[in-house]
Write a protein that binds this ligand. Structure first.
Ligand code: AMP
Length: 399
């Protein structure tokens, strides 16, 4: 079966076409600046790359262009869109309703709509993507795969904030957690690597990319996670603050510069994190370069150190929550590629039985097990595959 995976953002549409169940990627691509000037589509087939510079005024045109690339005589991989057997949609928020993927029907659409209040930047474009695909591919089954679903197993004591209980009842303010497809995928892969059934594996999973989150996984299920009511909470990220004292917000709002809540929101989401501390970049590679040039006292080095200290604190917290663990698992652009960050976060944890192997960590060939023989808790690098997970979930729902 041919499965199309769609990840629709406010101004972008990411797609991958799979041949299932082999999970072979037939083609993939990204439409950027949808609805703006200079819109652009990059389409890839195997090692070939095609760039299409064309106005994409809205998502409807974007989806149409993607389908025409997939069926194009020169760069396409299928003859007719009728060959697409199902579409899997990444949906950021499924609220408290969904703990797994769902075949999209009116009920599911209503729930996604209701969750727009909780994820105003993400769920509306996700919905547009679903509607446009339904219009372009009538009768083709669609499946929603939620970022929040994997964390629906958190116990109440972990997902509630210590606010008046009515606030949870009235507004559903609680920890939801995100990056669920990534944590779910690396949990399953880590279990395979460790040779254990997934429902008996205990892990601390670290998704470290531009957005960052961690999870404590007991018996294959998420029991705590660092992102919260929104993806702003937890770790230091590219431009997001992660955890701060909530009293900072009313304090800042008493100052003229931050009197407007929109300014505070922008500062916390777009101007903080690695970018805010370093004053240089939200990109870890740029910070590595700047720190190497400017030295240990530089703000680039400070940003890296703060980032790593927060990850390490969460590792300690989650090992304590779990009581026992098989592995600490790294993924995401930083987790998969930065030996410096891995050493600063998983090194020096002998107290917990983590014997980190610095030589394997620096191996340019990219070892996946970074622990010494006999380490009670292993340290693994597992490349994530969120699109592949969505394709599998979709295929399993419709096959
Ligand atoms: P992602 O959001 O998963 O694509 O990850 C993006 C982040 O990964 C950015 O901060 C990149 O700088 C970082 N990254 C990618 N490659 C490397 C690398 N070789 N070393 C350090 N950071 C990297």
């Amino acid at each position: 079966m041919i499965v199309l995976v769609i990840n629709c953002g406010s101004s972008s549409i990411k797609y991958q076409l799979y041949d299932m169940p082999d999970k072979k990627v037939l083609a993939k691509g990204l439409a950027e600046k949808v609805g703006g000037d200079g819109s652009f589509l990059t389409h890839r087939r195997g090692g070939e790359k095609f760039g299409i510079s064309k106005p994409i005024p809205n998502h409807k045109v974007g989806i149409g262009l993607i389908l025409s690339c997939l069926t194009d005589l020169n760069m396409g991989v299928i003859e007719n869109v009728k060959e697409i057997g199902a579409v899997g949609h990444r949906v950021v928020h499924g609220g408290e309703r969904y703990s797994g993927a769902m075949r999209i029907d009116q009920d599911v659409l209503t729930c996604i709509e209701e969750c727009c209040d909780l994820a105003p930047l993400h769920n509306p474009p996700n919905l547009i993507g679903i509607h446009e695909c339904r219009n372009a591919l009538p009768g083709v089954p669609m499946v929603a795969v939620f970022d929040t679903a994997f964390h629906q197993t958190l116990p109440k004591q972990a997902f509630l904030y210590a606010l008046p209980y009515e606030i949870y009842e009235r507004y559903r303010i609680r920890k939801y957690g995100f990056h669920g497809t990534s944590h779910a995928y690396i949990t399953r892969r880590a279990a395979e690597i460790l040779g254990k059934p997934v429902d008996s594996v205990n892990l601390v999973t670290c998704h470290l990319g531009n957005g960052c989150s961690m999870a404590a996984v007991r018996n294959g299920k998420s029991v705590d996670t660092s992102m919260g009511f929104t993806p702003l909470a937890g770790l230091v990220m590219g431009t997001r603050s992660g955890d701060i004292d909530p009293a900072i917000i009313p304090f800042l709002m008493s100052k003229p510069e931050y009197a407007k809540i929109s300014e505070v929101d922008k500062m916390l989401n777009k101007k903080s994190g690695l970018l805010g501390i370093s004053g240089i970049s939200n990109d870890m590679r740029n910070l590595d370069e700047a720190a190497a040039k400017d030295g240990d006292d530089s703000r680039a080095q400070l940003a890296i150190d703060m980032f790593c200290r927060r990850v390490k604190s969460y590792i300690g917290q989650y090992l304590a929550v779990l009581g026992k663990a098989d592995a600490i698992v790294f993924t995401g652009g930083i987790g998969e590629n930065s030996p410096v960050v891995r050493e600063k976060t998983a090194g020096g944890l002998e107290l917990f039985g983590v014997m980190f192997d610095r030589v394997k960590n620096s191996d340019p060939a990219g070892a996946f097990d970074l622990s010494m023989p006999g380490s009670r808790i292993k340290v693994l690098v597992v490349p994530t595959d969120e699109e592949g997970w969505i394709a599998e979930e979709t295929f399993n729902h419709v096959k």
